[in-house]
Design a protein around this ligand. Structure first.
Ligand code: TEU
Length: 560
């Protein structure tokens, strides 16, 4: 089977760092590169193989670095290029590879390309972006921005509009222009020559726009339509070109952030023949708790649909493309709060159970900073505590139209807002959780006295030590990486059970999503089998067992 081909990036565990919130070395309240350098031994101790670093390039920070004004310079708040080189060296010395965030669907409006582009209609950079005339005194089409409002901004210099699928300070690059592709590929080669080990590609599924930029379907009551700019007509062609011009020249790990990706599309982006990317982030399991106003709701993901979606991706990509496994990142709420139960009585068991459920699947697992501590969502008391442009814009849009009350909206932001993942990393129980000696740029989660790295590193029963074991296990057990997945108990109301098989090894993974005890009959073939890992006190498992709330248990047997 093709995906059984051994690759380092299949065997790796990736750790995502959101630099603004990881560690501040100079007391300005903002995390930085020297802060990361000072914590590399922590990452080594955890055992991760790869760091994915969210953007550290020069940026006016309208969207915390996802709006880049210079791709080849480091954001001043984060340090200098020398700091970067030292950090990269420090990672490599510890056997950790570095994957950089590549944000090339758009630039900042302060990028020199855009400054040129907006200056006149005949500027050589004009076609680096999408400029269109207004229609009847309105925007050129009905597309909405992912961050609320229209996707078009009027610019009086030339009396035309430019496209921005995200904030108006993030104009979309025109990938149909060969000069844009050439400049991006040359910038990527420059980073590769520096010795980085890969790219996580921001909204790469959105780079190719439908010719003519046609209106989208407008739903009743909505002011703007979905642009439909995902998996556009030339996206695969452009990625294959990128692969030829850049990726194939180095030994890299590449992962495309592909909102709106279907299984069929994922098979193209991440095809085992390696013509495009190694893997994609798909978002189907991230949308199961959406409601009428998208993510702004208090709906929760139910086990049935979660299991069905995860299983579909597990089985349908098998042998054809490779999965990325994640339950959280800098855009999502904390996984233990969202998919589990962060009440003190359950939090630790639940964080360990979710980690087991994810890391035992086929694909490359991602740990988002603090997830290895079981960090939770943050109680935000008012809009002034929110820093995220998406949440702030959505608050104004949905409350001013009367669609959602301010109280409900704050509650939804508390459940689903991106800032939940962006509160400072909780290092210890000293002031500001040991993140900064200054004033943190965003609220510190008040639970840092109980939940922090210093305490967990000392406690063998902690979430941190459990992650350590899980990561170490992956190095020893090829079946965790390459085994094929098969769902068991598809109708169970509280258990997610599956097997992994790579002859002669077979694993049975049992995860309870219930806050009460659940009885389960271990299948005969696994009765009495070795316990590989589990979050309970159990030393053996045979016949009928009573699972504790949120128990996880992995059994291993040898086939004859
Ligand atoms: O996110 C892409 C994306 O689709 C987001 O709109 C995401 O769905 C949303 O944040 C979830 O609510 C990427 C980055 O990860 C994000 O941080 C950036 O803001 C965005 O692109 C623009 O660069």
């Amino acid at each position: 089977m093709e995906n059984l081909e051994r690759k380092w990036w299949k065997e790796a565990v990736v750790y995502q760092i959101y630099p603004r919130s990881f560690m501040d070395s100079d007391g300005d309240g903002i995390g930085d590169l020297n802060g990361i350098l000072s914590k590399l031994d922590y990452l080594k101790e955890l055992g991760v193989d790869v760091v994915w670093l969210s953007p550290v390039y020069q940026s006016p920070n309208d969207d915390n670095g996802y709006d880049i004004s210079d791709y080849q310079a480091i954001m001043q708040e984060f340090g200098t290029m020398e700091d970067f080189d030292r950090m990269l060296k420090g990672m490599h010395e510890r056997g950790i590879r570095l994957v950089m965030d590549l944000v090339v669907n758009h630039t900042s409006d302060e990028h020199p390309w855009f400054i040129e582009s907006r200056s006149s209609k005949d500027n050589p950079y004009r076609d680096y972006y999408f400029w269109r005339e207004g229609k009847n005194g309105k925007e050129p089409n009905n597309w909405g921005s992912c961050f609320s409002g229209s996707a078009w901004e009027y610019d009086k210099t030339t009396d035309m509009y430019y496209l921005h699928l995200f904030s108006k300070k993030q104009p979309d690059l025109n990938w149909d222009n060969p000069a844009v592709r050439r400049d991006i590929f040359s910038m990527m080669n420059w980073w590769c020559e520096k010795g980085i080990d890969g790219f996580r590609m921001d909204v790469i599924s959105m780079i190719s726009k439908e010719p003519g930029l046609p209106d989208g379907k407008l739903y009743p009551g909505a002011s703007y339509a979905f642009s439909g700019c995902v998996n556009g007509p030339h996206v695969h062609e452009y990625l294959q070109e990128m692969n030829r011009e850049v990726l194939s020249r180095y030994d890299l790990m590449t992962v495309g952030e592909c909102s709106g990706v279907t299984i069929e599309e994922a098979k193209k982006y991440a095809r085992a023949d390696g013509k495009e990317l190694n893997m994609v982030f798909q978002f189907e399991h991230m949308g199961l708790d959406d409601g009428k106003y998208g993510k702004w709701t208090d709906r929760r993901t139910d086990l049935q649909s979660f299991r069905q979606v995860m299983s579909k991706w597990q089985t349908e990509l098998e042998g054809l493309a490779w999965n990325s496994l994640f339950l959280g990142n800098h855009d999502q709420p904390r996984s233990v709060s969202r998919f589990g139960n962060d009440a003190p009585a359950f939090r630790e068991a639940c964080a360990k159970m979710l980690a087991t459920c994810l890391h035992m699947m086929q694909g490359t697992p991602y740990v988002y900073q603090g997830e290895e501590l079981g960090m939770t969502n943050c109680p935000f008391d008012s809009l002034d505590e929110i820093r995220d442009i998406e949440s702030i814009n959505a608050f104004h849009e949905l409350t001013s139209s009367g669609a959602v009350s301010p109280e409900d909206m704050m509650r939804f932001i508390g459940l689903r807002g991106r800032d939940n993942a962006r509160t400072p990393m909780q290092w210890d129980d000293s002031k500001n959780a040991g993140f900064t000696s200054g004033t943190p740029w965003i609220k510190v989660n008040p639970n840092y006295k109980e939940i922090n790295a210093a305490a967990e590193r000392k406690d063998p029963d902690s979430v941190f030590c459990y992650y350590q074991k899980l990561i170490a296990l992956r190095k020893r057990e090829a079946v965790m990486v390459y085994g094929s997945y098969e769902l068991q108990e598809p109708d169970s109301e509280s258990l997610y059970v599956y097997t992994r098989t790579l002859e002669p090894d077979r694993l049975l993974v049992i995860c309870s999503f219930s806050e009460t005890e659940t009885d389960y009959e271990i299948p005969a073939e696994f009765s009495g089998a070795e316990i590989l890992i589990g979050n309970g006190k159990r030393t053996s498992a045979a016949g009928l067992i009573r699972l504790q709330p949120y128990e996880a248990l992995v059994l291993k047997r040898k086939m004859n």
